[in-house]
Design a protein around this ligand. Sequence first.
Ligand SMILES: [Ca+2]
Ligand SMILES: [Ca+2]
Ligand SMILES: [Ca+2]
Ligand SMILES: [Zn+2]
Length: 336
Amino acid sequence: MASIVGHTQGVNNAIFDKESDLVYYLIADSGVLSYAGSLDVVAHEWAHGITKYMSNLRGRREAGALNESFSDMFGVAVEWANGSQNWVIAETSYNNLTNPPDYLHSLYFPPSRQQAETWGEGWWKNPRLTGPDSCPNPDTTNDSCWVTRNMGIPNKMFYLLANGGFFNNVTVTGIGIQNAMAIMFRATFQKYWKDSIDFARAATGSIKAAFELNYVSSWPQQTSKAWTAVKVCDTMPGDANGSGGIAITDVIYLVNYVFDKSRVSPPCNGTDPGTCWPIDPNCQGELNGDISVNIQDVIWLVNYVFDKSRDNPYCEGANPINCWLPIPTDVCCKLP
Ligand SMILES: [Ca+2]
Ligand SMILES: [Ca+2]
Ligand SMILES: [Ca+2]
Ligand SMILES: [Zn+2]
């Protein structure tokens, strides 16, 4: 990818030009060195090219924030693979400054650079058409509906998933940056992330990618938890009992939920008069992708749990490993 480094007025910047596929590095007299000297920024800009040709995420609202965040994830991951293991962007270009913060973004603590780390809180601003303080018209005065502020949310999610951490009362066990990047890349490559999607769909798409890449591990669970921690996603499909994993106990829970739900006599004797097996949130029992929770989900879950460890005969569905991967849907990952 061709790059052009030049002098400009105003602020230091790096820009991927979607029309020409050129990257411009603009140097200003701000004391910050050119971003062309920061490997994470270079990788960030190149990742915009990946986005353009794979997911085509737009540049506004939540899709715009995800677009920028994917580039930051890629930037950190490339630098990590080349021996510089840190969670900040462009630190090499800020080395000569005496006053912190000496970086452009932080995935570890986005608020240090005026970026949100939790949906609906702090530096977050409403990027949507509806709701309080909504953003009807994306333009330069509102940063295309708050792209730079809100990109801190998926950035923080990625940090938590890769590194692990305790945030907003959620504990995420880190799966390593290489694995976390593989999930986000698959979401991009498979177009689970595309066009103008919102964060909830982005979470859904990455959980789906995690299931596909490594269903026997805790990747889907930790991906779900990471989005939960930043208050975007609220659960994992198939985890009917809310334990944080998927096992035979979820089958028992879901069977009881589905049959108890419509049982009038004898009435359920639990604390809930309608059913002793409420699924909260309800979508945890929805795993075949058709929105409602019913007997079909029981069948799906039984097959998933038992097929998962079956080596012979192999599952013969579209997925060579397991034909019954839970399908995350938008009902299973809602903004609070
Ligand atoms: Ca860095
Ligand atoms: Ca469970
Ligand atoms: Ca269903
Ligand atoms: Zn960018």
